[in-house]
Write a protein that binds this ligand. Structure first.
Ligand code: NAD
Length: 246
């Protein structure tokens, strides 16, 4: 199949919903051979049958699962580390368990995936790693997102470090920093707020463009980062945030 990712194998984490799902679909539509993963196996079902796409269970906090999948899948040309968790609250609301869980999913998950998949990627001559960060950390301090913002800042350091170490071996590593995107977990956060319409208005107001982002818009950026069109781009963190970064 022709497309900007034709001939590439791509692994996507957190593909059962939201940005990960949209990106897995976009990668497949661009001709990639996609391994779409998530800890929520039921959530992956709607993706099954998509041409060029297979699904696998993967919890990014489980080193054994990550290692087994790397052994099964072999070399990928694209690794999209999308899995992330939003802890709400300030540092005073963040117990050690909250801190540990957030860092385990949002940062150590990427460490595990990259450690497992990078050797074969290098062996195959190179590839593109795309890590999910956020406007929270890269450009903004966001109230009540202490652990989340800290973890997404760590993703930026991780991204730069990997980019620096392997730039001579054909490896590119970039971060994506979205503003507020209309995904199931955002919907849950709005529902949990009590006054859903007030919560929605507050999330919308963060973007000067006056709307939420769509998962497909973030997926389009991930396709560019994954494809050879961005072959001269590494170590960057690009915002996609409806003007929040102006
Ligand atoms: P979401 O929060 O709606 O869904 C998250 C998915 O991750 C779910 O399918 C869930 O099952 C999966 N997941 C959770 N823990 C996992 C684990 N340990 N291993 C594997 N999968 C796991 O998705 P979203 O809102 O599209 O967010 C995706 C990524 O984008 C996250 O890293 C998030 O921090 C980041 N992000 C989101 C927004 C936003 O406004 N939605 C903004 C900036 C960054």
């Amino acid at each position: 199949m022709a497309g900007r990712l034709a001939g590439k194998k791509a692994l996507v984490t957190a593909a059962a919903q939201g940005i990960g799902e949209a990106t897995a679909r976009a990668f497949a539509a661009e001709g990639a051979e996609v391994v779409a993963t998530d800890l929520n196996v039921e959530g992956l079902r709607p993706l099954e049958g998509t041409p060029g796409l297979v699904t696998r269970k993967l919890d990014v906090t489980q080193s054994g699962e990550v290692g087994a999948l790397a052994a099964e899948v072999g070399a990928v040309g694209v690794l999209f580390n999308c899995a992330g968790f939003v802890h709400q609250g300030t540092i005073l609301d963040c117990g050690e368990d909250d801190w540990d869980f957030t860092m385990d999913v949002n940062v150590k998950g990427m460490y595990r995936l990259i450690r497992a998949f990078l050797p074969a990627m290098i062996e195959a001559g190179g590839g593109s790693i795309v890590n999910m960060s956020s406007i929270a950390s890269s450009l903004r301090g966001v109230p009540n997102r202490f652990a989340y913002t800290t973890s997404k800042g760590a993703v930026l350091g991780l991204t730069k470090a990997v980019a620096a170490d392997f730039v001579g071996q054909g490896i590119r590593c970039n971060a994506i920093c979205p503003g507020t995107v209309d995904t199931p977990s955002l919907e849950e956060r709005m529902q949990a707020a009590g006054d859903v319409e007030k919560a929605r208005a507050a999330f919308v107001a963060r973007q000067p463009m006056g709307r939420l982002g769509r998962p497909e818009e973030i997926a389009a950026l991930a396709v560019y980062r994954a494809s050879d069109e961005s072959a001269f781009v590494s170590g960057t963190a690009v915002s996609i945030a409806g003007g929040w970064s102006i």
